[in-house]
Ligand binder design. Structure first.
Ligand code: AMP
Ligand code: MN
Ligand code: MN
Ligand code: MN
Length: 288
């Protein structure tokens, strides 16, 4: 299989389907990626690999090279961090069990979120959000956001997050996810590579961020997202330097969720800066 192993590759290694909080199925995402020129694709649903066989089959039918993927929710220094896993064996039982454990507790959290929203006069949010969840085990803040837009409480999902679903807002419920060490080890023990997702999105102090990168490396993490739909050009530049400083490979992914909500479509990103080692160079033998 011919895949360019340098940075000049239209790789999209971060997106979501109905198996987590995206609105499109793997079978619809694959041709959309292909039509947008994606040369290497990965579906990275939150805490869930139930869509991997479907995504792989859809990619194969289009002769589009594929890497297995997921995005694991982690609690680090009191904040939620996302760790993307790429190129793992998706039948690995440690990984499968770890993800199942991470998914557990979402239903209870969702009920508490709904109680919080009821206190400010928004009723039936649990049932409302559930209608939007293709996979009830993965009920997430995104599904609540879609319900509040549908109910005309807010104009768009960003407004919902700002007013209701972030820290100290009525629908926010703190949650303990996997540890950084667990997430990195589940991925690496399944022959995959762990990637820090969208680092500019976290509200860490410089010391906390340094600790995140240091501990991530110590646990066996090998890459960081540099070019993503949730980074500005300046943020991409900044994390290109961080990748070099920590000796990490670089990843690239749109974080596409939905044609109606996502600003960055599949495959529509600048290339990685050429001085970086692309994560796909480390995963050549895992590309399917
Ligand atoms: P959860 O895993 O339930 O905490 O939901 C997290 C998801 O919410 C993320 O993966 C994003 O898809 C979405 N999200 C988080 N913050 C925002 C925001 N400010 N605007 C829109 N979507 C967001
Ligand atoms: Mn999401
Ligand atoms: Mn994320
Ligand atoms: Mn994501």
């Amino acid at each position: 299989m011919k895949t360019t192993l340098n940075t000049q590759l239209n790789a999209d290694l971060h997106c979501h389907s109905v198996v987590s909080d995206g609105t499109l199925t793997p079978e619809v995402l694959a041709p959309r990626a292909k039509a947008n020129g994606v040369e290497l694709w990965s579906l990275t649903d939150h805490d869930e690999i139930g869509g991997q066989d479907r995504a792989l089959a859809a990619a194969r039918a289009l002769s589009m090279p594929y890497l297995t993927g997921t995005e694991i929710s982690v609690t680090f220094a009191g904040h939620t961090v996302h760790i993307v896993g790429l190129g793992f064996d998706h039948h690995n039982s440690n990984l499968t069990q770890g993800l199942r454990q991470t998914r557990g507790g979402r239903e209870e959290r969702a009920r508490e979120m709904s109680d919080g929203l009821a206190k400010v006069g928004i009723h039936g949010a649990y049932e409302g959000a559930l209608k939007f969840a293709g996979n009830p085990e993965l009920i997430s803040r995104t599904h609540f956001a879609r319900f509040l837009v549908e109910s005309a409480v807010c104009q768009d999902t960003s407004e919902v997050f700002r007013r209701f679903l972030t820290e100290n807002k009525p629908g926010f419920v703190p949650h303990r996810w996997a540890s950084l060490q667990e997430a990195v080890q589940w991925i690496t023990q399944a022959q995959g590579i762990a990637v820090i997702a969208h680092p500019a999105r976290y509200r860490f102090t410089p010391n906390e961020e340094y600790a995140l990168f240091t501990e991530f490396k110590n646990h066996g993490g090998q890459a960081v997202e540099v070019v993503t739909g949730s980074h500005t050009a300046a943020e991409a530049q900044r994390y290109a330097s961080t990748a070099l400083e920590f000796g990490l490979a670089a990843s690239r992914g749109s974080d596409f969720h939905s044609p109606d909500e996502s600003h960055t479509d599949l495959g529509s990103l600048p290339f990685l800066p050429s001085q970086l080692t692309p994560v796909w160079a480390l995963l050549a033998d895992r590309i399917q």
